[in-house]
Ligand binder design. Structure first.
Ligand SMILES: O=C(O)C[C@H](Nc1ncnc2c1ncn2[C@@H]1O[C@H](COP(=O)(O)O)[C@@H](O)[C@H]1O)C(=O)O
Length: 460
């Protein structure tokens, strides 16, 4: 028997790879290492620019060559780091050696000892995670969410006036429009997108236990908190002055909580779309050459929305776990956060995959207006609410003396199917003002829509 070839265990690295590849630039181990190199290099640039510890500024050409280490970071560097870590057994130490190696190549050995000076691994790691996660959110996840929102918004506007029976508790209820229902989801997700965009990305840079101890003993005259702040903010991050060895990870808990919340709204969308398809409100556009069931040839299955549902659940499980566990660390640190954070990309990957599938699913459906209209026409009893409310208004205005209008309509409609003829007969006999009666006689389930169409204008 031949040896089975080594395989990726995660479907994100297998069948779904094309949908999530873009995240790898930021949330893979190599992406993290590139960011670590960036932080180490920028710390060297900062120290020399400010002539710290008696150093002198590098020339622009030297800075450019040094920065090329992370700007041109590639497979050779990935391999170099893997080999070095096999020896150091410490991933950040391996990065430090890579930077020192580059300094040596550039003839800059005189500043070699400034590499990683006064830093603990977490000083490099926390800034690297803040950089890579913020980039993944801004460059990959949010733009994909925006594509879903664009597609949903188009449908919300296109279908804003298409009447649809509502189903509270799964039972026929006061009608709405398909567009308005989709607009509810767009409105929710737009708010969340803004909150996710506004998330803070905090960084600490204060040494082994967050006290600047090594810094102060090496240079007692420097204003280390100010230097730390300038360095962290220079990377485009928010400075955290008060931490243990590790950045406290509250920004991560906040961000993952928001993404997980958005996942759940998207999950609600996926299951509602599945249900609308199941009751015939949306027709699926068959994909040429594709098969629904392996044995039932007639079928077109809503697999895009089903895939999204599963992956949103997985994403939220991972992101919720990260949000819950990252905010605790025993005493000044334990290494559990380091292990947990290696899965950030998995959490984002399942969500990105789900967004991709929702986008695909939305692109493969047509609204079956005839089915929606027929459903409304089979459920005239939903006008009971309209009738009892109008009678109560008429009683209050002194134009009717009907007692307990609600009970009257309940007697007529509860648990029953009523047709147009029965309702017209009932309304015709009502003791109410002529204008109100006319309004009710003209009402149909398809026109009992309130302000559904207009409400779509509240979309941001
Ligand atoms: O600046 C420091 O390093 C401070 C030091 N703590 C550490 N801080 C950050 N990383 C550390 C720490 N210890 C180990 N490692 C390295 O973490 C890696 C763990 O590997 P894995 O279990 O695969 O996630 C693996 O690469 C480990 O070598 C402390 O003692 O306070």
């Amino acid at each position: 028997m031949t040896e089975f070839p080594a395989q990726p265990l995660s479907p994100l690295d297998g069948r779904y790879r094309p949908a999530v590849t873009a995240l790898g630039e930021y949330l893979s181990e190599a992406g993290l290492n590139r960011a670590r190199v960036q932080v180490e290099v920028e710390w060297l640039v900062y120290l020399t620019e400010h002539s710290m510890f008696g150093s002198s500024p590098l020339t622009p050409a030297e800075i450019e060559q040094l920065r090329a280490l992370y700007l041109d970071f590639g497979q050779a560097d990935i391999d170099w780091l893997a080999e070095k870590e096999a020896v150091t057994r410490h991933d950040v130490k391996a990065v430090e050696y890579l930077v020192r190696h580059r300094l040596s190549e550039l003839g800059l050995d005189r500043i070699a000892e400034l590499t990683h000076i006064a830093c603990t691994s977490e000083d490099i790691n926390n800034l690297s995670y803040a950089l890579t996660v913020s980039q993944a959110v801004r460059a990959i996840w949010l733009p994909k969410l925006r594509l879903v929102l664009d597609s949903l918004r188009t449908k919300a506007v296109d279908f804003r006036a298409v009447p649809m029976l509502a189903r509270t508790h799964g039972q026929p209820a006061t009608p709405t429009t398909m567009g308005r229902e989709l607009a509810v989801t767009v409105y929710r997700l737009e708010r969340m997108a803004l909150q996710i965009e506004a998330n803070e990305y905090l960084g600490k840079f204060s040494g082994a236990t967050g006290t600047f101890a090594a810094h102060v003993v090496a240079d007692p005259d420097a204003d280390w908190p100010a230097i730390s702040r300038e360095f962290v903010e220079g990377l485009g991050l928010d400075w955290n002055p008060l931490t243990t060895q590790i950045e406290s990870h509250d920004w991560q808990a906040e961000l993952y909580g928001k993404i997980s919340h958005a996942n759940r709204v998207l999950h609600n969308l996926a299951t509602d779309m599945w249900t609308y398809i199941s009751i015939g409100y949306f027709r699926q556009i068959p994909v040429a050459g594709a098969t629904g069931s392996s044995t039932m040839p007639h079928k077109v299955n809503p697999i895009r929305f089903e895939n999204a549902e599963a992956n949103l659940e997985l994403s939220s499980a991972i992101l919720d776990s990260l949000a819950a566990t990252l905010v605790t660390s025993r005493l000044q640190r334990d290494l559990t956060d380091s292990s947990a954070q290696r899965n950030i990309g998995v959490g984002f990957g399942h969500s990105l995959l789900a967004l991709d599938n929702i986008l695909g699913g939305l692109g493969q459906i047509d609204l079956a207006e005839d089915v929606l209209a027929a459903d409304l026409d089979h459920n005239w009893e939903v006008l009971a609410e309209a009738i009892q409310t109008v009678i109560r208004a008429e009683v209050t205005a002194g134009r009717s003396s009907i007692e307990d209008p609600y009970a009257l309509l309940k007697e007529l409609t509860r648990g029953k199917r009523l047709g147009q003829a029965e309702l017209v007969e009932f309304v015709s006999k009502l003791d109410i003002g002529d204008a109100a009666k006319q309004r009710l006689l003209e009402l149909t389930p398809a026109t009992y829509l309130g302000l559904s169409d207009d409400l779509v204008d509240y979309l941001p």
